[in-house]
Design a protein around this ligand. Structure first.
Ligand code: ZN
Length: 150
C-alpha cells in the first residue's frame, strides 16, 4: 500500500511541476473561472468544443499543489472526450472523493485521477481537488458567473 501511495504522490508532484495544458486555448468556445475561498485557490478553464467533443482544453491557476495538480490531471482526463464522457468523469471523480466508500460508478475509468483518492481523508483538501472539475462543469454549462466551492 505504501508503494501505491508513493506512486500517487509522484503523479501529483509530476503534474504540479510540469502542468499539462497550461494556458487557455486561443480559440476557446467555453470558459469559466473557479475560486476556493477556503484555500485561496483560483482556476480558469477554457474549452474548445466541436461536434460535442472537447478538442482542446487548458487551464490557468494559482493556489496549492493539490488544486493545480488536479487541474492538470483534469485537462488530461477530458481532452479529446465527448462532453458526456467528461461529465461522467466528473461524476466518477466526485464519487471517488466524496462518496461514503469511494466507489466509482461502473463503467468509469479514472486512470491517473485515482492518484488523488488519498485526498478523501482530508475534507478541506477535497475542495482544492474538485475545484477545477466544478469549473469545467461550469464552462460546459456556459455559465458566466464565477463558481466557488461553496
Ligand atoms: Zn487548495
Amino acid at each position: 500500500m505504501n508503494d501505491l501511495s508513493d506512486l500517487y504522490q509522484e503523479i501529483i508532484m509530476d503534474h504540479r511541476r510540469n502542468p499539462r495544458n497550461e494556458g487557455l486555448p486561443a480559440e476557446h468556445t467555453h470558459t469559466a473561472e473557479g475560486f476556493n475561498p477556503f484555500c485561496g485557490d483560483k482556476v480558469s478553464v477554457g474549452l474548445k468544443i466541436k461536434d460535442g467533443s472537447i478538442t482542446e482544453v487548458g487551464f490557468t491557476g494559482e493556489g496549492c499543489a493539490i488544486s493545480l495538480a488536479s487541474a492538470s490531471l483534469m485537462t488530461e482526463a477530458v481532452s479529446g472526450k465527448s462532453v458526456d464522457e467528461a461529465i461522467s468523469s466528473f461524476q466518477g471523480f466526485r464519487a471517488l472523493l466524496t462518496d461514503g466508500d469511494g466507489d466509482v460508478p461502473d463503467g468509469i475509468d479514472l486512470g491517473d485521477l485515482e492518484a488523488l483518492a488519498g485526498v478523501r481523508a482530508y475534507p478541506t483538501r477535497i475542495k482544492c481537488a474538485i475545484l477545477s472539475w466544478h469549473t469545467l462543469k461550469s464552462a460546459l454549462d456556459n455559465k458566466s458567473a464565477p463558481v466557488t466551492t461553496e
